[in-house]
Design a protein around this ligand. Structure first.
Ligand SMILES: *Cc1c(COP(=O)(O)O)cnc(C)c1O
Length: 387
């Protein structure tokens, strides 16, 4: 008999009922150190007092009005994001997948308004952009698309790192290129800064729009507010979600005025997108994360964690191969099966997240304490020793 929850997930045997900073707690009081943060979502940890206060204060005032009316929190958060980034304008969604839908629509509408027949979008193998029709078509992998055809047409897939193939595919028919500056689900695989710069130039040459999917790597994760800032170049459109809501469902599409030119009244919408509850939390997250002090701390903590992980690779050469990633978006490329490492972590009461390319993701809350980093390294050592 089919379970009452549609069985699309392989779940670990734990259930959590409470959280506290970087810790998750089961009904019977067992505590797990959380280096997954809900897959890079809980940037300020669990039950963060500032976020709880922002949400409960808004919950007592007004939950929902729809986008038929002005939403003051939306104006505030949009202004914050515009001030802090390349973008001139923002649309709020409830998830990363919805951000992908709009990014694709926006890019195509841009060319439609210019009267040009440009609908092709170039994407990369190993990427992840969500599970909607546009999201799976963009990712293109058999694992995500098999059985769900006919797929949304117009996507071309280039092997990650194949510059020649990219050069050949990127033409004056290309509407846009979509890329994660650091592949998350793909196994924490950063695009080198030089390659992002080269891609920016190549897009400029043929006029194609550049879409960054910063759903996983954005919002302070790498020690900059957005990961592409390390490369010094900017996209035309950017997808944001996960960390921006700190655990409350929230996403956004940021765009330049030019790229957004086709998105006029009536061209897109969302019942819940930008709802007052999400805006209260999003503003609270940005107030804390989008500061030099906070981002500096992410980089400092990253240094300590990374050094410790390098030590683990050195002391468990049969288990781990290498550390990769930036900031607090780190990956351990494994020699043994990555899911065995994650399971050994459960025994040691530490949570990590598997990814493709036999990697284990380390994505702690960005405000993880130094003591918790020390504790995490001890538990990972214990887990590796058990394999
Ligand atoms: C998680 C993720 C998405 C999809 O976001 P949802 O909120 O799950 O819809 C899209 N792109 C990237 C890079 C992601 O990591």
């Amino acid at each position: 008999m089919i379970p009452s929850i549609l069985p699309t997930y392989n779940r670990a045997p734990m259930s959590f009922v409470a959280g506290e900073g970087s810790w998750l707690i089961e009904e019977d009081g067992q505590r797990y150190l959380d280096l997954g943060a809900g897959i890079a979502v809980n940037v300020l940890g669990h039950a963060n007092p500032d976020l709880v206060a922002a949400l409960t204060e808004q919950a007592g005032k007004l939950w929902h009005t729809s986008n038929l009316y002005g939403i003051p929190g939306q104006q505030e958060l949009a202004d914050r994001l515009v001030d802090a980034t390349f973008a001139d304008t923002v649309f709020f969604t409830n998830s990363g997948t919805e951000a992908c839908e709009l990014a694709v629509k926006m890019a195509r509408k841009y060319w439609f308004e210019k009267g040009e027949e440009r609908t092709e979008i170039i994407a990369f193998t190993g990427s992840f952009h969500g599970r909607s029709a546009a999201g799976i078509a963009a990712a293109g992998s058999e694992k995500m698309t098999e059985g769900f055809g006919p797929l949304l047409p117009g996507f071309t897939h280039i092997d990650f790192g194949d510059h020649e193939a990219l050069k050949a595919a990127l033409t004056e028919k290309t509407a846009a290129v979509i890329i994660e500056p650091i592949q998350g689900e793909g196994g924490i695989i950063p695009v080198p800064d030089q390659c992002l710069k080269g891609l920016r130039d190549a897009c400029h040459e043929v006029g194609a729009l550049l879409i960054f999917d910063e759903v996983q790597c954005g919002v302070g994760r790498t020690g900059k507010l957005f990961a592409h800032e390390w490369s010094g170049i900017t996209p035309d459109i950017m997808m944001v979600a996960k960390g921006i809501g700190g655990g409350f469902p929230l996403g956004a599409v940021l765009a330049t005025e030019t790229a957004a030119a086709g998105m006029t009244a009536g061209s897109h919408g969302s019942t819940y997108g930008g709802n007052p509850l999400a805006m209260a939390v999003g503003n609270a997250v940005m107030k804390i994360v989008a500061t030099d002090e906070f981002l500096g701390e992410v980089s400092r903590k990253s240094g300590a964690l990374r050094q410790g992980l390098e030590g683990l690779v050195a002391s468990h050469p049969d288990v781990f191969e290498a550390v990769r990633g930036t900031g607090l978006m780190l990956g351990l490329k494994c020699k043994v099966d990555n899911t065995a490492v994650v399971k050994a972590g459960y025994e040691a009461k530490i949570l990590t997240v598997p990814a493709a390319d036999n990697a284990v993701r380390i994505l702690p809350p960005l405000n993880i304490s130094d003591d918790d980093i020390t504790e995490a390294l001890q538990r990972l050592d214990q887990a590796a020793a058990s394999l």
